[in-house]
Design a protein around this ligand. Structure first.
Ligand SMILES: Cc1ncc(COP(=O)(O)O)c(C=O)c1O
Length: 390
């Protein structure tokens, strides 16, 4: 039996890789300087930041000076959306996004609506994918920004960002992508994607929490969120979090080096989990795109079982029902709803997030645990008894 509890919620966060921690430690000790200071302590810290900036940039095919360090993807999304909206206000007041974005995109858009901007929320199909044509049709002469995530955090569906980018280029509209769940897991290149702004978070890719980045294409300008020392080309004031930045850079370098093996392993484990669940349990269905999906993502609905009850029953396996960021609410997931999944099945859904440190033994154990708990819950569920589900 594998060591329990098993962690299988890698979309919520990932364990910091030991190699990342090791790289960070000197920044709490001898290399404690402020990267803005001109003396030797400052210069040493600045060199470490430069190296990390180059590592982050290399992972996404950007230039180091196009990376703005932030506290994470929530801040990156806010800076991209509100910063572009404020900077380009005179050119228009319309933003296009999708119904399945993370709250860190939807909520800034809602705030902008309260400030007088107009936002179009484009729907998705049953796989959670937005159509390029729908995005194209939503763009008006007033549109200043399109924001479409690269991979969804609940169902893992990948979006046709590169094609959307071509349209945005032709219409001279900025394109932002929240790539939080995709960076480090799949090849991401800002030029191939035709994006102007791209959000990243270190803690989703085996780096530390509280650090992330925003890629800002040359010549794109953003109104900063706060005023101060003018760090990060004036876009993000505040003393640089050197230990976190070094950890972020190391995490990027590791992901770049190990991407193919990580991806293949996660996908294999994910497929093993899917096949095992489908064989062991009646009436469980996949949510999300069958192929165009993050390698470690598996979102399943178990008919006649409440996801929260399943979550409580699965004491030895840490998973999520719906998005971790909205798990305080018992509302069915708005992402699944937007895909046309019924409220009943949306409430019966579980998100498995497989990552670098999961093993075959853990997958097999998880299948057995799910089978045991689902059968027990169905046995006491009146609706299950009515339709005769085992
Ligand atoms: C798609 C997506 N965007 C943004 C965020 C927020 O990231 P952070 O925790 O770095 O603020 C998350 C985290 O759940 C996410 O999955």
């Amino acid at each position: 039996m594998p060591r329990v509890p098993i962690y299988m919620d890698n979309h919520a966060t990932t364990r910091t890789d030991a190699r990342v921690v090791e790289a960070m430690l000197p920044c709490f000790g001898e290399n404690f300087g402020n990267a803005n200071s001109v003396h030797v302590f400052g210069q040493r810290a600045a060199e470490a930041v430069d190296q990390a900036r180059a590592q982050v940039a290399a992972l996404i095919g950007a230039e180091p000076r196009e990376i703005v360090f932030t506290s994470g993807a929530t801040e990156s999304n806010n800076l991209a959306i509100k910063g572009a909206a404020a900077m380009y206000r005179r050119q228009g007041n319309h933003i296009v996004t999708t119904r399945i974005e993370h709250r860190a995109v939807l909520d800034p858009c809602r705030r902008l609506e309260r400030l007088g901007y107009h936002v179009t929320y484009v729907p998705v199909d049953r796989f959670g994918q937005v159509s390029v044509r729908d995005i194209a049709e939503a763009i008006t002469p007033e549109t200043i920004l399109v924001s479409v995530m690269l991979a969804n955090n609940e169902v893992g569906t990948l979006q046709p960002v590169a094609d959307i980018g071509k349209i945005c280029r032709a219409r001279q509209v900025l394109l932002h992508t929240d790539a939080t769940q995709a960076v480090g897991k799949l090849p991401v290149a800002v030029d191939a994607l035709n994006v102007d702004l791209l959000s990243i978070s270190a803690h989703k890719m085996y780096g530390p929490k509280g650090i992330g980045g925003l890629y800002v294409r040359r010549r794109v300008r953003l109104e900063p969120m706060f005023d101060g020392g003018g760090h990060e080309r004036g876009m993000r004031s505040g003393t640089l979090a050197v230990p976190n930045i070094v950890g972020f850079g190391t995490a990027c370098a590791l992901c770049q080096r190990e991407m193919v093996q990580d991806r293949d392993r996660c996908q294999e484990l994910r497929d093993r989990l899917h096949d095992g669940l489908v064989n062991a349990i009646d009436d469980c269905t996949l949510n999300g795109h069958p192929n165009e999906r993050l390698p470690g993502n598996l979102n399943m609905s178990f008919a006649n079982v409440h996801g929260e009850a399943l979550l409580m029953g699965l004491k030895n396996v840490a998973v999520s029902s719906g998005s971790a960021c909205t798990s305080a609410s018992v509302e069915p997931s708005y992402v699944l709803r937007a895909m046309g999944v019924s409220d009943e099945l949306a409430l019966a859904s579980i998100r498995f997030g497989i990552g670098r440190f999961n093993t075959v033994e853990e997958i097999d154990f998880t299948i057995e645990e799910c089978q045991r708990v689902v059968n027990r819950l169905r046995a006491i569920s009146p609706s299950a008894q009515l339709v005769g589900v085992k």
